[in-house]
Design a protein around this ligand. Structure first.
Ligand code: GLU
Length: 485
């Protein structure tokens, strides 16, 4: 069948480890984009054959992450399709049958060696297990099986020659067959290894493009030998470049915790928006034709092509991610952003949309929000020294006059709006023949106890409301009077 005629099918095949590394999510995203950009299907398969590594709740985390990232799959454990089950531990029989089929057609063999008597190959040319059971005679095998001896099934690697394939990204990869061990395909508990299951499943699920990290690049020849032994068509391979991390000192090392969060959920907790993370990881190894940087998922779907995936390592730069997050935040309407920041607000005594407005231009990570707005809910204890500001030319004496006058004028305001408050402040400045910034400074200190706040003085007063604002300014005034007296 002509490959071009086939419906494109890609898959994301995470192991349920309780954690989705951004490298995994990038594989999921690229697999999704490759399928969706060509009208294909994207499949979720859970690779849980390593029962020792299972973590409770891990499967749910996978569903949650894909949902948050908006990567909707067409088939998966909770979305049955034609080629299920989509959880490997539920496919044990399939692997068993396929492994036996492979033995029959000469691509694999029973190995009865116990862990304790497995020896390394002494033959310098060949690696790994010494292949003791590779040539057991048929009768011996039969006897062993009948006597109930435990066994594993191993792949029978060619001892000579080379195996090559062409990867979409890394181009031609060739390996000497002598380097390939007779690796285990089926373990003694009947579970397949990844090396076996990925081939069986990708074939049986009609996967046309295998998209995964480049750590699998050098194992792929042995998978191809399995496809060959079964007489199956080999899928297209799209191996993705390594992801390096940019550390805070600017150095670049393999992406690890040291540089920052490496899990999707951790990044969400740090305060990055899911759609920003998705937008950002699209660029970890790929770039569009132009230098545009902001893309929604559906825009990515239109723009994506495997031809622009690079093989050189990608660099995860947290500062860049924070910049992108801020760009997205700025592009939201205050109402949309208010909805997002709800969880960071201590109570709903103050208008969330107004708070959202003062935060939008200043926030790069949502996790910064509580500290930025803590003063709204409770003014911190602050020192009178804060009233002294060289640039605005304020000191204890004029601060006192400013606050007395501001208080008087603010009390007069009937409808408490930002515009009204702002104009009132300007009038006070004019009356006292002082710079606007002097009045703003003294008011900001009085109501926030901080020298830097999101939003200007009038916006803060607007958020706090008339009673709370007047109250705070009166307290500040008393504090200043305390100095004089
Ligand atoms: N379960 C493998 C992993 O999580 C999947 C690799 C693949 O996509 O083939 O790394």
């Amino acid at each position: 069948m002509n490959l071009n005629m086939k419906k494109i099918r890609t898959r994301f095949a995470p192991s349920p480890t309780g954690f989705i590394h951004i490298g995994n999510l990038r594989s999921a995203l690229y697999a999704y984009l490759i399928a969706k950009s060509q009208g294909g299907d994207f499949i979720l398969r859970i690779e849980d054959t390593d029962q020792m590594r299972l973590v409770p709740n891990a499967e749910k985390i996978i569903y949650d992450v894909l949902k948050l990232a908006n990567l909707r799959y067409d088939e998966g454990p909770d979305k049955p399709g034609e080629y299920g089950p989509y959880v490997q531990s539920q496919r044990k029989e399939i692997y068993h049958d396929k492994a036996f089929e492979l033995i029959r057609n000469g691509g694999a063999y029973f190995c009865f060696c116990q862990k304790s008597d497995i020896a390394e190959s002494k033959d310098k040319l060949h690696r790994g297990y010494d292949r003791k059971c590779r040539n057991l005679d048929e009768n011996q095998v039969k006897k062993n099986l009948e006597s109930g001896m435990k066994f594993v099934i191993r792949q029978k690697m060619p001892l000579e020659g080379k195996t090559s394939f062409t990867d979409t990204v890394f181009e031609q990869i060739t390996i000497d067959n002598s380097e390939l061990e007779d690796g285990i395909l089926l373990k003694s508990d009947g579970m397949p290894t990844y090396n076996f299951a990925n081939v069986i499943d990708d074939h049986m699920m009609h996967i046309t493009h295998v998209v995964r990290g480049c750590e699998y690049l050098t194992s792929t020849p042995k998978y191809n030998l399995l496809y060959k032994a079964f007489g199956w068509e080999i899928p297209e391979y799209v191996h993705l470049p390594l992801i390096m991390g940019k550390n805070s000192d600017g150095s670049v090392t393999k992406l690890s915790k040291r540089a920052g969060s490496v899990g999707f959920e951790e990044l969400i907790q740090d305060g990055f928006l899911p759609e920003v993370i998705v937008n950002y990881i699209a660029f970890l190894g790929w770039c569009p034709k132009t230098n545009r940087e902001i893309f929604t998922l559906s825009e990515l779907t239109k723009e994506f092509s495997t031809q622009r995936i690079r093989k050189s390592p990608a660099i995860f730069d947290y500062l860049k991610l924070a910049w992108l997050n801020n760009e997205y935040i700025k592009n939201k309407t205050p109402k949309e952003f208010a909805e997002i920041i709800k969880v960071y607000l201590k109570n709903n005594l103050f208008d969330a949309v107004k708070i959202a407005k003062i935060l939008q231009s200043r926030v790069s990570k949502l996790s910064e929000i509580p500290e930025l707005i803590d003063f709204i809910y409770e003014i911190p204890k602050f020192s009178k020294e804060l009233f002294i500001n060289k640039k605005s030319k304020t000191n204890f004496e004029n601060a006192l006059v400013i606050l007395e006058n501001a208080l008087e004028s603010l009390k007069e305001i009937q409808s408490w709006t930002n515009d009204k408050i702002y104009n009132t402040i300007l009038q006070v400045a004019e009356k006292l023949n002082l710079k606007n910034s002097a009045i703003m400074w003294c008011i900001r200190i009085s109501v926030s106890g901080k020298t830097v706040t999101p939003g200007g003085a009038s916006e803060i007063l607007d958020i706090l409301g008339k009673i709370e604002s007047i109250n705070r300014i009166e307290n500040a005034l008393n504090m200043l009077k305390g100095i004089k007296g």
